[in-house]
Every structure is written in C-alpha cells, then in structure tokens.
Ligand binder design. Structure first.
Ligand code: AMP
Ligand code: GLY
Length: 421
C-alpha cells in the first residue's frame, strides 16, 4: 500500500514511524512532513491545508490510504474532498469534524444526547458575556468558539481574570475563532485523553493517556499545545472505561449518525474524571499531540490494519493489542513558548540518544544539513518501559543529550500517575 500522511508535527512523525512497521506498506509520503519524518517517508512540499493540491497528489501518486493528522484540514473539508475524488481517507467529514471545529456545536450535541459535560453558555458579544459572569460568580473557563491551537482557553483563577479573558477574546485577537465565546463551569478532577477509533457505528478505544497542558511544572502557567504525555493512565479504571463507552462515546456516535454526520476516524475525548463521574471537556476530531507519541510506542497491532477497518466500517469484532508496560513522551520546547519564541537554533545530540528512545520531530527544519528549531514544540522524546518510572527514566535519558539554545521542558511528566500509585 501507498500511504499519504497529512501534517508535519510530532504526532505525524509517530504515526509514520508506526505505519512504517506495517508489512502492508510499501511507500509512505508525508505532506509537508519534517526532517525527522524524512528519514522514514518521502516528504512532499504541499501544505496540510492545501486540499486541492493534496487531492491531485494522491491521485497522481496512486495513494491507497490518506491519514490526516491536524484538525484544520479536517474542519475545512479534506475528508469530503477525498471522498468525492474516490480516494480512501482516514478522517471525519467536514460536518463530523464540527465536534472539534465548533465548541458550540459540540455542546449542543452533548446536551441533546444527554452526555455529561460542564454547564455552559455561548455569547456573540462582550456585554452579555460580562453580565453572565456577574450573575454566575463560581469558577469558570472562558473559551474562544473556533480553532485556536489549544490557546483559546482561559481557566480563570478569579472573576477579574474571567472578565479580562472575555474582553480579550472579543477584541479580535483570535480572529474568527473569537467571534463566539463559550463560558463554562470549571470542572475539578483528573484529566484523561481517550482516543477512540470510530467507523460510524462501532467505537474502539485506545489506551488512556494523559497530556500535560500547562507550560510549568506542577501544572502551572499558561496552557500550551501539550508538554508531554504518558500512557496508560492508572486511575482510569475498567469501571470508568465502561462508563465512558456507555455514557459518552457510544451516545456521541449515535447522535452524529442520527444527525446525518456519521463519525469516521479517530475521536479524541478530553475528559475530566469528576466526583460525579467522567465529564467531557472537549472533543477533537484527530489524534492528540503529544498523546499519540507514547501510544504508538505501546501499540502492538498493525496501525494500518486498524485504520483500514475504520475506513471500511469493519471495526466490529476488531481487537487492539498493546505491549505491556507504559510509555512516556517529553516535549522539548523553544525558549519563550507558548509566547513568542526564537527559531533557527541548531539542535545538537540527536545522534547520541540511547537505543530504544524515539525522538519525534515537531518543529524542526533542515538548514544546510543542520537540524534547527522551527516551531514552539520542537521535539518529543519518547520511550517505553516495563512500567511508567522505567519509561520516564529512558525518555529523560534521551532528553539530557539533546541540546539547543533556550530549550525548556517539564521534569515532572507523569507526576499525577506516580503520586497516585
Ligand atoms: P480545551 O481546548 O477545551 O480542551 O481546553 C484546554 C484545557 O483547559 C483542558 O485540557 C483543561 O485542562 C482546561 N479546561 C477546559 N475546560 C475546562 C473546564 N470546564 N473545567 C476545567 N478545566 C477546563
Ligand atoms: N494534546 C492535546 C491535543 O492534541 O489537543
């Protein structure tokens, strides 16, 4: 099979790494890819959002399966464009991708289907939103409705911070994403990412993982795209997994099918395990980044087979096999991230990483044969071990040998699982 992966971050590097191990695969292309991916796949200089050129490429290169990493092309309708061209694609249609593309759409669907989530209200202008805050003095989270790369969310520490967030979002800083603002009740508990393959009818959950969204150790500072992840999550018990399938995943799939938008692809449910049970924080219409990096190291089954079963609506009866133990990924970020950061810093030590540690490239570029930083999240250093402490030890051994100016990372990836044990 000839595979095309759309995207060029750490998640796509991990997907390519796993697919390259499939006996079904003869050739992998990645658009646009990155210098790490280029060691495993042929990188194609086409932007992930240039849907027309991607369709043309897939036709010319006789691609058998296209796999989409990021949300933006999915929300823009890459799934529909490939379907119309008769090209198999792993990823939801534009209508189904609204689960991520519009928080208001997701909230309304959950309300209709009785899916547990935070109470919320949606606003089109600042005045009404500020009046709502006056009337609801409890802890809140303020969110820009559209896509804002994980940064359009403010978990307000106090009422003044909530008011500032509302004003900021309506000021146009997030462009169209901030035209509508959602204010929701702040949930308390442990956060878990559940990625599930969905073929329109059947849900097949992958192992639970946990991201580390805040930039600082001890979960402090502003939100980022994710500073590291591990899997599995010890406090996600089989009983909780059962509740999540019954009360969240299956009802979403049913509601999407009933609305005429059957969901095919991977559904990412960001959950809060509250005292009242699991509740949905958000849905994403794609694999998580960095959750995918440890998950791919743990996955024993052939990813390409699982994706084909998803695309062909044959997930019923399919089982997923995992390696025992745990895996963890530590993100190395550029100095300043998630604020403004420098690019072009040479990266040293990539060849010194111990065997068994995978360094997935996210924001890197190749300049005159030298790998340099080219994004906020630069690398995700990922390893598997017999348990989480072993996986973390391996990953941090890799972290230590990689150097670039301004590099920062969290030293406490996995801390919630370690303190729960
Ligand atoms: P989102 O992009 O909606 O997932 O929000 C990003 C992050 O903000 C989540 O991963 C949570 O850590 C936090 N967050 C979002 N909504 C809530 C909420 N209702 N209660 C508490 N934390 C939240
Ligand atoms: N790790 C968070 C996300 O992929 O949205």
């Amino acid at each position: 099979m000839r595979i095309l992966v759309v995207g060029g971050g750490g998640r796509e590097h991990a997907l390519v790494w796993k697919m390259a191990r499939s006996p079904l695969v003869t050739e992998i292309y990645c658009a646009p890819g990155n210098p790490g991916i280029a060691r495993l796949a042929s990188c194609v200089p086409v932007n992930a959002n240039d849907i027309g050129s991607l369709v043309d490429f897939a036709r010319q290169a006789a691609i058998d399966l296209t796999v989409v990493g990021p949300e933006a092309p999915l929300v823009a309708g890459i799934g529909d464009a490939f379907q119309e061209a008769g090209l198999p694609i792993f990823g939801p249609s534009r209508a189904a991708a609204q689960l991520e593309g519009s928080k208001a759409f997701a909230k309304e669907l959950m309300l209709r289907a009785g899916i547990p989530t935070a109470h919320h209200a949606t606003f089109m202008e600042a005045g009404a939103a500020l009046a709502y805050l006056e009337a609801h003095p409890g802890p809140v989270v303020v969110k820009a409705d559209g896509l804002a790369a994980g940064k359009g969310v403010v978990v307000a520490e106090d009422p003044a911070m909530a008011r500032d967030a509302v004003k900021d979002m309506f000021s146009g800083r997030f462009g169209a994403a901030g035209a509508r603002v959602v204010i929701e009740e702040r949930l308390e508990g442990e956060e878990v990412s559940i990625l599930a393959l969905c073929d329109g009818e059947t849900v097949l959950s992958l192992l639970p993982s946990q991201d580390h969204k805040r930039v600082g150790e001890g979960d402090t500072g502003p939100n980022t795209g994710g500073m590291g992840a591990y899997a599995p999550v010890p406090f996600y018990t089989p009983a909780i997994a059962g509740q999540v399938e019954e009360a969240i995943l299956r009802p979403v799939l049913q509601a999407m099918a009933a609305a005429g938008h059957p969901y095919r692809g991977v559904l990412y449910a960001g959950l809060m395990l509250t005292r009242e049970g699991p509740k949905v924080l958000e849905f994403n219409c794609r694999f998580g980044d960095p959750e995918t990096q440890p998950l791919m190291l743990l996955l024993k089954s052939d990813l390409v087979e699982l994706m084909l079963a998803t695309v062909r609506s044959e997930l019923a009866g399919t089982k997923v096999e995992w390696y025992p133990g745990a895996a963890a990924g530590v993100v190395l970020a550029a100095g300043g991230y998630p604020g403004p950061y420098r690019k072009g810093e040479p990266i040293a030590g990539l060849e010194e990483v111990p065997a068994g540690v995978e360094v997935f490239h996210a924001g890197t570029a190749l300049v005159d044969g030298q790998v340099v930083t080219a994004g906020g999240r630069v690398l995700c250093v990922t390893a598997r071990g017999k348990d989480l402490p072993a996986a973390l030890e391996h990953a941090y051994c890799g972290v230590k040998v990689i150097r670039f100016a301004g590099r920062h990372y969290r030293r406490d990836i996995g801390h919630r699982a370690l303190s729960a044990q």
